[in-house]
Ligand binder design. Structure first.
Ligand code: AMP
Length: 193
């Protein structure tokens, strides 16, 4: 099972990625988590990424793509993966497609988390209070939502055109949303057979 999760920050991608990776026995890869670990350890990658993250901007494609390609070459990705937070630009999606085509292991689905802006702001402000993430201040949150709308939302069409899109209503309890995802994946499988 190889899937990517698209959606604005705060839509619940991380929670569902963990759930799906455990259920399908595949690697759970969150680019945001990887970057935060590098920042915490003060590695060169962390130092390169930090200023972008703190502003709520995307880390440059070249840096992110190199990191994800190296991660996908690790053995735990052989059974598949759930990618949470990648791709976030068309260039990233194309790089992923090229790699997977070369390996003969194409994507199975792209889940697009759909949620209203009001619900999002409420969740992100709650998360900021809980986790003290340096990119969870209100101004930065608004900027991250704008960056999502401009750079990442076009991927919804990108994957729809490729017959891989599974829209997911992301408002509701964790189990409820997981149920919708599993139904959506089953429908996509059925519609392709
Ligand atoms: P996340 O935890 O997925 O919201 O990611 C936190 C931050 O890490 C983002 O606001 C970006 O600065 C950076 N980041 C994570 N994934 C990517 C990506 N695919 N492309 C560019 N920047 C990313």
């Amino acid at each position: 099972m190889r899937i990517v999760l698209l959606g604005p920050p705060g839509a619940g991608k991380g929670t569902q990625a963990a759930e799906l990776a455990a259920r399908f026995g595949v690697a759970d890869i969150s680019t945001g988590e990887i970057f935060r670990a590098h920042v915490a350890e003060g590695t060169p990658l962390g130092r390169a990424a930090r200023e972008y993250m703190d502003r709520g901007d995307l880390v440059p494609d070249r840096v992110v793509i190199a990191m994800v390609m190296a991660r996908l070459a690790e053995p735990d990705c052989e059974t598949g993966f759930v990618l949470d937070g990648f791709p976030r630009t068309v260039a990233q999606a194309e790089a992923l497609d090229q790699r997977l085509a070369a390996l003969g292991t194409p994507l199975d689905a792209a889940l697009a988390f759909e949620i209203t802006e009001g619900e999002l702001l409420q969740r992100l402000v709650g998360r900021a209070a809980q986790l003290h993430r340096s990119d969870d201040g209100e101004q930065t949150i608004r900027h991250r939502l704008e960056v999502f709308a401009i750079k990442t939302r076009p991927l919804v069409d990108y994957y729809r055109q490729r017959g891989l899109l599974v829209p997911v209503d992301a408002i509701g309890g964790v189990d409820e949303v997981t149920g919708r995802i599993l139904d959506g994946l089953a429908t996509l499988g059925a519609s392709r057979s």
